[in-house]
Design a protein around this ligand. Structure first.
Ligand code: PHE
Length: 321
């Protein structure tokens, strides 16, 4: 019993020490054998107990040898620069959705519920889809160099808004039309905390017989209620070449009125441009910037966060999906 206790305190530091240990205990002239030699002289009463102790002793020795053998073997592998195959694998960090994507999907889901189908268009456009078909007069300031990125020696440009998708869809489809179009847009603006030369919009278009301004209002209110919860909003008259009348929706957010949606009734000129009879059909359109809404929702004050790909920023959105 004492020997078993002693074993529990044993410490072996090398393979050669282990061999010495083995010979000392298990060798022909070792401690274990000497005990077994004396075993036959023990009287019958004590034989059972001492026999059990001896067996435990033998088992303990064997376990110690096995343990250290594996230990030194492993060490040798590592020293030989062979990868330790028993090591746990390296954890790979999973990515997560970008905050702009998260907000985009939330917005799209709400419009999907009321029958708006997703439809996308190209980011490289021409004058027709981005301006002319949308009733931009030739002298309109938005056509000038300071706003639009034109592509040299071509009639191509980077779209300045997703309204171009309205025209692409209207050219190929007959009413009733209910589409929602997310996408990147580009404007030649200085980059600052509140503006960027590239950002994202979501465009909506609804065209059918007898669509009224009331339908526009109801649709937008449905979205606001579902996305922001109960919030105070106001519609202000505004101007866009492709809608008449036009309006802007403001929302009261942290005690400030923020402009978040441009909208209006599709201008009859636009319908004529795509061969749809404005005496039969009418509709509404709206557009919103995803960055601006994301800044509100996440309480951020700098649009540049979204495009710098700083992991310390992006990782904060991991829990959301
Ligand atoms: N295209 C407009 C913009 O970029 C937004 C808008 C879309 C306004 C649809 C009215 C209707 O600001």
């Amino acid at each position: 019993k004492n020997l078993n206790k002693k074993l529990s305190k044993i410490n072996i530091n090398s393979a050669s020490e282990l061999e010495i240990f083995r010979i000392k205990y298990l060798g022909k002239k070792g401690i274990l054998n000497s005990f077994f030699k004396e075993f036959k002289y023990i009287n019958n009463y004590e034989k059972k107990n001492i026999g059990l102790s001896l067996n435990t002793f033998k088992k303990n020795i064997k376990n110690i040898i096995l343990y250290y053998k594996n230990f030194f073997l492993k060490k040798k592998y590592i020293n030989n620069n062979i990868e330790d195959l028993t090591k746990p694998g390296n954890k790979k960090d999973l990515g997560s959705r970008h905050p702009i994507s998260i907000i985009k999907h939330r917005i799209l889901n709400i419009f999907n519920k009321i029958g708006f189908k997703i439809c996308e268009g190209p980011e490289i456009e021409d004058d027709w889809y981005n301006f002319t078909a949308l009733n931009f007069p030739y002298h309109h300031p938005a056509r000038e160099m300071q706003d639009t990125f034109f592509i040299k020696k071509s009639n191509k440009l980077l779209r300045t808004h997703t309204s171009s998708v309205q025209i692409r869809y209207l050219e190929k489809n007959k009413p009733p039309i209910r589409i929602i179009s997310p996408g990147r847009v580009y404007r030649n603006e200085n980059i600052s905390s509140y503006s960027h030369c590239m950002f994202h919009q979501i465009e909506g278009l609804y065209l059918d017989k007898k669509v009224s301004f009331k339908d526009l209002k109801n649709t937008i209110n449905f979205f606001i209620k579902n996305f922001f919860g109960k919030s105070l909003t106001r519609l202000r008259p505004s101007y866009f070449p492709f809608t008449e009348p036009s309006a802007e929706l403001d929302i009261l957010w942290n005690n400030k009125w923020l402009e978040i949606i441009g909208c209006g009734m599709v201008d009859p000129i636009v319908l004529k441009n795509v061969n749809i009879d404005p005496d039969i059909y009418s509709g509404f359109a709206f557009g919103m910037g995803i960055e601006r809404i994301s800044l509100m929702i996440y309480n951020l004050n700098d649009i540049r966060f979204f495009f710098e790909n700083d992991l310390r920023f992006l990782e904060q959105f991991k829990k959301e999906f």
